[in-house]
Ligand binder design. Structure first.
Ligand code: SAM
Length: 249
């Protein structure tokens, strides 16, 4: 039958599109991918609006046991829900390709993504370079990838969107991310992310958002409230972009 891959938007249950809702309503199984992003509402609220029971799909189920989802889609209608947009995270092309290889019809229903919702800050989306992310550091795992990506994008005068780690029990805040980048700066001393670097902190885009533009040192002390958060490090600014950023100072 069909695997419906449906983006459900950024904020709450009501962000699903009409097309997405119609598809969910005819599905026999509804999976919700739970590890690349989070909605600002409970699973119960989704179930109430959709009139369907939701099966939570963690990283293990999606990446290691995707066959469980695909087996069902062989002769039933299956929805695979992704917060934001379907391909806004790096991981879902695999399940799409595997479904097609097995002769399962796949229907993709798009929605808003954090990758474009950042347009609200007033920076031109076309002038963003590579997107990067910051994981929570561990004993033997302290990657500096985000620092390197910011550096390379800056060299090309491009803006950088920095996505922040999500764990089942905690979500990285703008403040935590700034501390991690300061730590890398104190080691590398390449003046890529200093106390005076102007950055934009964003929380809950697409919903009850908070956006602040200022030095990294100033935003370190700002309370951005509920998750999810991300950071933008601007590259070269056009005067219209500069004017837009003043709104958030
Ligand atoms: C893998 S990305 C999101 C992918 C999602 N499928 C999409 O298209 O938006 C997850 C990260 O984006 C950021 N993020 C997601 N939603 C956000 C929001 N509404 N406001 C601010 N940051 C957000 C957070 O840093 C989060 O850890």
């Amino acid at each position: 039958m069909t695997l419906y891959m449906i983006g459900i938007g950024l904020d709450n249950a009501e962000d699903i599109t009409y097309k997405g809702l119609r598809a969910v309503e005819k599905c026999d199984y509804v999976f919700l991918e739970t590890y690349t992003s989070k909605l600002h509402c409970s699973v119960k609220e989704l179930e109430n609006l959709y009139g369907k029971e939701i099966i939570l799909a963690d990283r293990d189920l999606v990446e290691k046991n995707a066959e469980e989802i695909l087996d069902k889609a062989k002769d039933k209608e299956v929805a695979f829900l992704v917060v934001g947009d379907v391909f806004g995270a790096t991981t879902h092309t695999d399940i799409y390709l595997r479904a097609r290889k097995r002769g399962i019809g796949v229907s993709v229903i798009n929605n808003a993504s954090v990758l474009t919702a950042i347009g609200i800050v007033g920076l031109e989306l076309y002038k963003f370079g590579k997107t990067t992310s910051i994981p929570y550091p561990e004993e033997n795992f302290k990657p500096e990838t985000a620092y390197d990506v910011i550096k390379k994008n800056k060299e090309c005068n491009l803006h950088t969107q920095v996505l922040l780690d999500i764990k089942p029990d905690r979500n990285m805040t703008v403040n935590e991310a700034i501390e991690i980048l300061f730590e890398i700066e104190s080691k590398r001393k390449e003046k890529v992310f200093t106390k005076n670097t102007m950055i934009i902190g964003c929380a809950r885009l697409g919903g009850n958002y908070k956006i602040k533009y200022g030095t990294a040192n100033k935003l370190l002390k700002e309370d951005f409230g509920e998750p999810l958060h991300c950071i933008i490090v601007p590259g070269e600014l056009h005067f219209i972009e500069e004017e837009a950023l003043e709104m958030w100072q």
